[in-house]
Ligand binder design. Structure first.
Ligand SMILES: Cc1cc2nc3c(=O)[nH]c(=O)nc-3n(C[C@H](O)[C@H](O)[C@H](O)COP(=O)(O)OP(=O)(O)OC[C@H]3O[C@@H](n4cnc5c(N)ncnc54)[C@H](O)[C@@H]3O)c2cc1C
Length: 390
């Protein structure tokens, strides 16, 4: 039996691959969508605590990390959160804004996968799952893919196999291997949106496991004002996950524990409550306040401390330096920073400049969003851009 002819093969039936295949199929392209997992869209299913934070209404290019900060602009402008929302509404999926523009399903993330599969199905996409993708070759203008014991060929191939975060979900670095095979560069992949680990002098803070407080976390020029959470390994919570994407080994992460306190608040507190201790005037969870006060080594009543000492303590509390000794790695990372170099791709179509017919979309590409629905928006937008170009 001869294999059917396809116009395009999309590798990876995750967020970006499903979108890309459906859009190309709607344009009457004959599309084959392949995934080594039995089930498509596994990361969608576990995302957002099972409710999928599928986009963010504040999507803007400056909320994405990439060696080329301009690369994502075109695709993001041509497929916006409103476009995805229109699709969600057409499928009657109820949703709500949780916080900071983050849109979640009211019910299960399963509805988003069902919606994408339905779109792909209506567009005649041939979806095949549960076999390893072995060999990919390119000759005479055709890409040939070995899928289990079958071979398929098409003049276009889309790499949509994501990044290596959460390998136990079937995530692999396959996209990078394939990109290198075709001569594309890969920007060093690092785990991102990931908890940071503490060692050395900072291990004491691990005793605060479970304590959370709103902070401003900074690394380099980046700053995020959200909650931080102490864990038995170090630091987590949204502020820390956000800053982890910008953090580099060896650098400090500074925390402002009282981001809303006005300057001079501690000397003010001394005037108002001279008999109080430092720990008792820190508007923080008790265990954290005590640990910080112990670290600052300013025992006794505030009235007995000089204004200079108090000003120094205030400055330290506003820029508390942690020196993370690492991250919890790809096993715990929500996404990957880095990936297939945007320098090798067209920002209009996601096609490789040096290999006509080869495309890369989604997390496989060196574009990484903030926490809060931005990564799915990139998957939808880049998948849509390639789907329109195939
Ligand atoms: C726990 C968790 C929660 C998250 N929550 C959110 C959220 O709420 N909002 C948000 O915006 N982002 C979230 N993300 C990030 C988001 O899931 C990813 O950015 C997004 O799924 C990337 O889409 P993608 O299509 O590029 O890759 P994926 O969705 O990872 O899809 C890749 C597909 O390729 C397949 N594949 C991999 N290797 C191979 C191979 N060798 N051969 C064949 N197929 C292969 C995989 O099985 C998978 O189906 C979360 C991530 C995690 C891990």
């Amino acid at each position: 039996m001869t294999a059917p002819d396809y116009d395009a093969i999309v590798l990876g039936a995750g967020a970006a691959g499903l979108m890309c295949a459906a859009v190309a199929g709607q344009r009457r392209k004959r599309v084959l969508l392949l995934d080594h997992a039995e089930q498509v869209g596994k990361k969608i299913l576990i995302s957002g605590g099972g409710r999928c934070n599928f986009t963010n209404i504040h999507t803007a290019p400056d909320r994405f990390l990439s060696a080329n900060p301009h690369f994502a602009k075109s695709a993001l402008a041509r497929y916006t959160p409103a476009d995805f929302l229109a699709l969600v509404e057409r499928h009657g999926i109820a949703y709500h804004e949780k916080t900071l523009g983050q849109l979640f399903c009211d019910g299960s993330a399963k509805a988003i996968v069902a919606m994408l599969l339905d779109e792909a199905d209506k567009a005649g996409v041939d979806v095949r799952t549960g076999q390893p993708v072995n060999d990919v070759t390119h000759a005479d203008g055709k890409f040939t893919v070995r899928f289990g014991d079958q071979s398929f060929a098409a003049p276009a191939l889309v790499i949509a196999t994501g990044g290596p975060s959460i390998p136990k979900m079937g995530a692999t670095g396959f996209a990078y291997d394939l990109a290198r095979q075709f001569g594309l560069k890969v920007v060093e992949p690092r785990p991102a949106l990931v908890p940071l680990t503490l060692g050395g002098d900072d291990v004491l803070f691990r005793d605060l496991s479970g304590v959370a407080t709103p902070v401003e976390a900074r690394a380099g020029k980046a700053a995020f004002r959200e909650a931080a959470l102490f864990t038995h390994k170090g630091l987590s919570g949204p502020a820390i996950l956000q800053i982890s994407s910008y953090w580099r080994h060896g650098e400090p992460v500074t925390i402002d524990f009282l981001p809303d306190a006005p300057q001079g608040w501690l000397t003010e507190a001394k005037r108002a409550r001279p008999r109080a201790t430092l720990a008792s005037v820190l508007a923080l969870p008790d265990r954290l306040a005590q640990t910080l006060a112990d670290r600052l080594a300013l025992p006794g009543e505030l009235g007995a401390l000089t204004d200079r000492k108090l000003a120094e303590a205030e400055a330290r509390l506003a820029r508390w330096p942690f020196r993370p000794n690492g991250t919890e790695g790809f096993a715990k990372a929500e996404v990957t920073v880095g990936g297939i170099s945007t320098a090798n791709l067209s920002s209009q179509t996601m096609m490789a400049k040096s290999v006509p017919g080869l495309y890369a979309v989604g997390e496989a590409v060196d574009v990484t969003g903030w926490l809060g629905g931005y990564n799915f928006q990139w998957a939808w937008a880049s998948g849509h851009a390639a789907g329109q170009a195939l």
